[in-house]
Design a protein around this ligand. Structure first.
Ligand code: CA
Length: 236
């Protein structure tokens, strides 16, 4: 599966290491060392299939660039993997405010990043409307339209990242059944399960926050994983 990957990274050594490895995987690359260059490079034809975005750029923060890319009609559907350093606000990065699809913490192994790129690409492909089960799903006041990729709680639309959407539909389609973190990593992230299961927790947490009270429809099953309620609770 070859793709066009935009690498936004001001550390030149890291940028060329990434470029080298991406090319070895059969991908084409575009590299930008500043936020301004990143926005320009993301808008060029053809639009990249994935963007790797450093959080600390000389002229802007990666979160700011990410937000701009997610607002732009041309680039809003392009998955973004943030390259963050330890201690940076990972919750914010992948959450509501910024909307990145995934992240790796520096220093990361190149192998791990390549796996994530592969997973993101697979996910983008498999989340195309034709590949999804058809038809709207409803659960109490939660409404999910897989074709339009839209979610409502009551009258309010909730904006989810592609990954959160897949996480929600995966849980919802197996309601009443426990999904282990490892299963979710495989199904939603499409990654070998030796990778960190904490990723699942972080994303479920953000998904719940975004869904508000409907977030309670997703239960934590201690020591195992998560489960979407079998049926709405009394009074919901
Ligand atoms: Ca940097």
């Amino acid at each position: 599966m070859s793709a066009l990957v935009l690498v936004v990274e001001d550390e030149e050594d890291l940028a060329s290491t990434l470029e080298f490895n991406l090319k070895r995987e059969g991908h084409a690359t575009r590299v930008a060392g500043t936020g301004e260059a990143a926005l320009r490079a993301a808008g060029e034809d053809p639009v990249p299939d994935v963007i790797l975005l450093d959080l600390m750029l000389p002229d802007a923060s990666g979160t700011e660039i990410c937000r701009k890319l997610k607002q732009e009609a041309r680039t809003r559907h392009v998955p973004i993997i943030m390259l963050t350093a330890k201690g940076e606000e990972i919750d914010r990065v992948i959450g509501l405010e910024v909307g990145a699809d995934d992240y790796v913490v520096k220093p990361f192994s190149v192998r791990e990043l390549m796996l994530r790129v592969r997973a993101v690409l697979r996910r983008t492909q498999s989340s195309e409307p034709a590949a999804l089960p058809q038809g709207e799903r409803r659960f109490a006041d939660l409404r999910v339209d897989p074709d339009a990729h839209r979610v409502w709680v009551g009258a309010f639309e909730v904006t989810l990242t592609a990954l959160e959407f897949k996480l929600l539909t995966t849980l919802l389609d197996r309601k009443g059944r426990v999904q282990s973190r490892e299963q979710l990593l495989e199904e939603v992230w499409q990654m070998p399960s030796e990778l960190t299961t904490r990723t699942v927790d972080t994303h479920v947490k953000r998904l719940r926050q975004k869904l508000g009270h409907a977030g309670d429809y997703i239960e934590t099953v201690r020591g195992v994983g998560y489960r979407f309620l079998d049926r709405p609770r009394e009074g919901t």
